[in-house]
Design a protein around this ligand. Sequence first.
Ligand code: PLP
Length: 400
Amino acid sequence: MTLEQAAALDAADPLAGFRDRFVPADIVAYLDGNSLGRPLKVTRENLVRFVDEVWGERLIRAWDEGWMQTPTTLGDTIGRVTLGAAAGQTVVADSTTVLLYKVVRAALDARAGRTEIVLDTGNFPTDRYVLEGIAAERGATLRWIDADPATGVTTEQVAAVAGPDTAVVLLSHVAFRSGYLADVPAITAAAHDAGALVVWDLCHSVGVVPLRLDAWGVDFAVGCTYKYLNGGPGAPAFAYVAAALQDDVRQPIQGWMGSADPFTMGPGYQPAGGVRRFVSGTPPVVGMLPMRDMLDLVEEAGLDAIRAKSVALTSFALDVYDAELAPLGVEAATPRDPARRGGHVTLDHPAFRELVPRLWKLGVIPDFRPPDGLRVGLSPLSTSFTEVARGLLVVADELR
Ligand SMILES: *Cc1c(COP(=O)(O)O)cnc(C)c1O
């Protein structure tokens, strides 16, 4: 029954054909596209061509022929295709962790006299750890929101804790564990009402949930490119800095590549104009290649269509859960309301910690998130409904 429903959903799926663009893997179900997106076939060709024709042939000249501008040219593409950001506000560099440090430091220093940073206990570890470090370094106070995992961080909670001492509010758009989707425009407005700046972590929404950063009045954002943007392991991250703030903010890692004129090699640091100043060292050009192919694919498919399939996939996963897994004592940790749900579903059961390594051996690949969550990440362009059904049926069999 479940497999028949899946086959019918696949037959009616307007995006089904995109699956063939990905490198095939000899597995039953890839359910971790939210952690590491699959490579595209075209990426293999493009990497070979890059080695032969660009790096191999143009050599050092290629820095002047475009590489130097890649942080902002690729940033503009990410902004246009996925963020709802006009050109000149997005930069590609570093890891999310490092960009988060730079952006939060810049935001904190831009609100001189204010000493508090609002964040939540459910955020991704690196976000919490980086902010603990910044608080220690700057003598700032962390104000923790304890979000209900079922509802995530609410606008009311932010409005209640943000006040005249709040410099920065840092939250994730999609909670990495539960998949809860926060209300970015409402929470941003609540932070602004208190006079604070917002930093949004978009790691689990970029490329799968449509964003309107300019229209929502977001100040800063950071995000990963190796999850739903399929940039490959360790691909560099991106940061968004609203145009109106750029010339008034400074980031602390003052490297030559973000200076006004790197090759003058002068005595003192002068920041480059615009978002370029958020670059520190030499751009990771090779790591920027694969995500371009995925950005092309996202643009071809359309982000609204991708979101529609994402909602259909997570809804179907919850239907299979209701039929096959709930009777076995598994609990759903993900919101039922699709409007409050990102691209993944998390299911809780005490046996999952032991079960996940066995699932991987069987070719069913979700991931495990403590204390007992099986996280099922469904990347819309590379995942079929049949794959979801097959994978979850194996989970049910193994649990039995
Ligand atoms: C995946 C993820 C990160 C990862 O940061 P890295 O610096 O790339 O390791 C950060 N924040 C969130 C919310 C994530 O989901």
